[in-house]
Design a binder for this molecule. Structure first.
Ligand code: AMP
Length: 402
């Protein structure tokens, strides 16, 4: 069966069509600047293979449906299409960011599920309404084809209350559901399964610290294959330092800024989400630029890198304490998979925890999961390329099989 994975953002829509018999990506792409004067559609046929072909179109797309209509034309094109007809797409898997406490597993989309997604729009204003737009695209363009929603928050629903509760007045949880939810769950779940496979252990026997380090960064403590804690909170702002997000700060800074600088709550929110993190400290948010600047002696870039690494180390220590036994530390996503300098610095002087790094193994580039720990290290240090689209497609198949 072919599964179309849709990851809709507020003005963009990412998609992948995957043949689930052999897990091969038939085509993938991104519709951008939806609703603007000029939109862009970048479509790749047989991506990352020697047969890869790219088609780029520049034209306005009034809404998500219009953008995805063009995608369907490309997918079913007589000449360059990858399937003959829409009916060869057996299911649609949707990335949905927030499912709250109501949704603990991927589910087939129905009116109730849509209502739950809509109910979290106040907490996830950038994501949930866009994800719902993606579902509506599927309903309009693929009537009768089953749609499955796969939630970023699902994997973290196994956290105990001591990890997900905030020490605020209890009524904020009871009335408003203010609690830790966690994000990047699809990625943490995918690398957990891959790590178990790599270690040759059943997934419900592995204890892991998973580090998803990309533009957004989060970590999870995984005990017997289940999440028991994670760094992101009620929003994807808490936890690690990120490209433009601050991560953990003293919450009293917020009212201080409101008072001292006359800022509104919305302005402080923008400052913390878009002008902070690596960018806030050194003006750059791409780790490659930061390394180049450090090479040239840029001290702010060095401070940003040191802060980024130090905060990951602190969380590895605290998740280690929460887990008691750790089989592996996992690095994944843009920085985790590609950045040997960050991995080496995070793992330096961690021998007391059994965490080591073999610098030669660390320098090898590969798309395969690999162990970069020294032979004598008691904890495996794994680089595991994440694949959130495949995880969504697999979850979609599992739901349909019941
Ligand atoms: P992601 O959100 O997973 O796509 O990750 C994107 C981020 O990964 C970029 O902003 C970069 O900071 C980082 N990144 C990607 N490639 C590299 C690389 N070769 N070395 C260091 N960082 C990288």
């Amino acid at each position: 069966m072919n599964v179309l994975v849709i990851n809709a953002g507020s003005s963009s829509c990412k998609y992948q069509l995957i043949n689930m018999e052999n897990e091969v990506v038939l085509c993938a792409g991104l519709v951008e600047r939806i609703g603007e004067d000029m939109g862009k559609l970048a479509h790749k046929i047989a991506p990352d293979t020697d047969k890869e072909e790219k088609i780029v179109l520049e034209q306005p797309f009034a809404n998500h449906v219009e953008g995805m209509k063009k995608v369907v034309e490309l997918i079913t094109d007589a000449d360059k299409g990858v399937v003959k007809d829409k009916s060869e797409i057996g299911a649609i898997g949707h990335r949905v960011v927030m499912g709250g406490e109501e949704i603990t597993k991927s589910v087939k989309v129905d009116a109730k599920v849509k209502e739950i997604i809509d109910g979290y729009k106040a907490l996830c204003p950038l994501h949930n309404p866009a994800n719902l737009a993606g579902i509506e695209v599927a309903e309009e363009l693929f009537p009768g084809t089953p749609s499955v929603a796969v939630f970023d928050t699902e994997f973290h629903q196994t956290m105990p209350s001591r990890a997900y509760m905030y020490p605020l007045p209890l009524n904020l949880y009871e009335d408003l559901k203010v609690r830790r939810y966690g994000f990047h769950g699809t990625s943490h779940r995918y690398v957990t399964k891959k790590a178990a496979e790599f270690l040759g252990k059943p997934v419900d026997e592995v204890n892991l610290v998973t580090c998803h380090l990309g533009n957004g960064c989060s970590m999870a403590a995984v005990k017997n294959g289940k999440c028991i804690d994670t760094t992101m909170g009620i929003t994807p702002l808490e936890g690690l330092m990120m490209g433009t997000r601050c991560g953990d700060i003293d919450p009293a800074i917020v009212p201080f800024l409101v008072e001292a600088k006359g800022m509104t709550a919305a302005e402080v929110d923008t400052l913390m989400n878009k002008q902070s993190g690596l960018k806030g400290i050194c003006g750059m948010n791409d780790m490659r630029d930061i390394h180049a600047a450090v090479e040239k002696g840029d001290e702010k870039a060095k401070m940003a890198l040191d802060m980024f690494v130090y905060r990951i180390k602190k969380y590895i220590g605290s998740f280690y304490a929460a887990l008691g036994r750790v089989d592996a530390v996992i690095f994944t996503a843009g920085i985790g998979e590609n950045d040997d300098i960050v991995r080496a610095e995070v793992c330096s002087e961690m021998e007391v925890l059994g965490i080591t790094i073999d610098l030669e193994k660390n320098a090898v580039r590969s798309g395969e999961p690999r162990n970069i720990a020294k032979a004598e290290g008691s904890v495996a240090v794994l680089v595991v390329p994440t694949n959130e689209e495949l995880e969504i497609a697999q979850a979609t198949m599992e739901v349909l099989k019941g």
